[in-house]
Ligand binder design. Structure first.
Ligand SMILES: [Zn+2]
Length: 403
């Protein structure tokens, strides 16, 4: 109960620091949390003693003693966020509130090389967080390109990532780095990042779709990540768009990912090169960024190819809207940078297929968080865990104070 109340107070202060005016007083906290003023005062004293919160200047008096604004000491703890992509690793170090303090990234064949990937993560963590700072690290959030089944804790899906069968990346990183590790599916952390810092701030029901090498969705329902019974919720990349379509890496045919994942788009471009003599695309350099750049310049092959991907994605989003009715859909990942070349056909498909005009008008927004969105979400996971179990923040604070 007490832990719950501490979390309640701290969550309000964090939210106020991120999207409010930073002027919350003890009386404001009592009002917004519904806790007794004496309870709030005791909790705030404890947070101040742990150096997690400090008192700012007195704010304008509304009669009586002027209230004192309370601030989260955002530099008190640092957080490490890691994105294991299909073919790259990104590591960020943030302060307690997700402010970016350091970043490192490297290309790596993550899908096929678990051992090398784990070593690379450890190296990049050492690079963004030198040893003197490691005592201040609250934890490491790890985003993985795989659904996580609670019945198989610590393991990735061997159907999606066969090379990782039997490998427990969380345990391995804990042994190498000696910090608490929290692991979550990458798209789920995309939706979490949007809810803390991006296009989903203040929204209780919205979806995030990441379109890059793989395609996945994170669902935010009633103010929390929705994982489903066995962690497979949001696997929009493996919903069927064309059952007679190309083979997907999951073994099925015509999945969304097999239609619009970056490998699928490059392959389709390669097959069409001969029939489009006017294209500037060259077989030697067919990757998603070059397809997008060519589409922006009106290339006769790349433009329609990205448009078709937008239409297919729009069909999948229309299905999602008809099932879950999210208020907003946020698009992230490399393909989202195609902008209008993608969004125009996407909106057409949505308008055609959504059942009600209110669904057809659901806003589709591009993620404002950039390339670090997923790694930032991984840091957000550690923040979320700390707010859910704030005694760890207090104990960790006492432990460092005693040192
Ligand atoms: Zn599939």
């Amino acid at each position: 109960m007490r832990s719950h109340n501490v979390g309640l107070v701290l969550r309000q202060l964090v939210r106020d620091a991120l999207v409010g005016d930073g002027e919350l007083s003890r009386a404001d906290l009592a009002r917004v949390t519904g806790l007794a003023r004496s309870t709030v005062s005791t909790i705030v004293s404890e947070l101040i003693e742990a150096a997690l919160v400090s008192e700012g200047p007195a704010t304008a008096s509304r009669g009586g003693r002027p209230p004192i604004a309370l601030r989260v000491e955002r530099d008190r703890y640092h957080i490490i966020g890691v994105e294991l992509g299909a073919s790259h690793v990104t590591v960020v170090r943030t302060d307690l509130l997700g402010g970016l303090l350091g970043q490192a990234s490297a290309d790596h064949p993550v899908q096929s090389d678990p051992e090398g990937s784990i070593r690379l993560v450890a190296q990049l963590v050492e690079a963004v967080c030198p040893a003197p700072l490691q005592g201040r690290v609250l934890g490491l959030g790890l985003a993985v390109p795989s659904p996580l089944d609670p019945a198989r804790p610590g393991l990735l899906s061997d159907r999606i990532l066969s090379a990782w069968a039997g490998v427990q990346p969380g345990e391995r990183l804990h042994a190498l780095l000696n910090m608490p590790i929290f692991m979550e599916n990458d798209a789920n952390l995309g939706v979490l990042a949007e809810s803390w810092w991006g296009a989903g701030v203040g929204l209780d029901d919205f979806a995030y779709i990441k379109v890059a090498t793989g395609v996945g969705a994170g669902l935010f329902i009633n103010g929390a990540i929705y994982r489903g019974a066995s962690g497979l919720a949001g696997e929009i990349g493996h919903t069927a768009i064309d059952p007679a379509g190309p083979r997907c890496r999951c073994g099925l045919n015509g999945c969304l990912e097999a239609m619009i994942g970056s490998g699928a788009l490059a392959e389709r471009a390669r097959q069409s090169l001969a029939s489009h003599p006017g294209t500037r695309l060259r077989a030697a350099a067919l990757d998603l960024p070059s397809l997008i750049a060519a589409a922006h310049d009106g290339d006769p092959l790349a433009g329609p190819l990205i448009g078709r991907a937008g239409f297919d994605l729009g069909v999948a989003i229309a299905n999602l809207l008809n099932l879950l009715n999210p208020g907003v859909v946020v698009l992230g990942g490399t393909l989202a940078s195609a902008g209008e070349a993608l969004l125009g056909p996407l909106r057409l498909a949505m308008a055609d297929r959504s059942l009600f005009t209110s669904l057809a008008s659901t806003a589709v927004l591009l993620s404002p968080l950039g390339d670090e969105a997923i790694a930032l979400g991984a840091a957000g996971l550690v923040l979320q865990q700390a707010l859910d179990a704030p005694e760890r923040l207090l104990f960790a604070a006492q432990a460092t104070a005693a040192r």
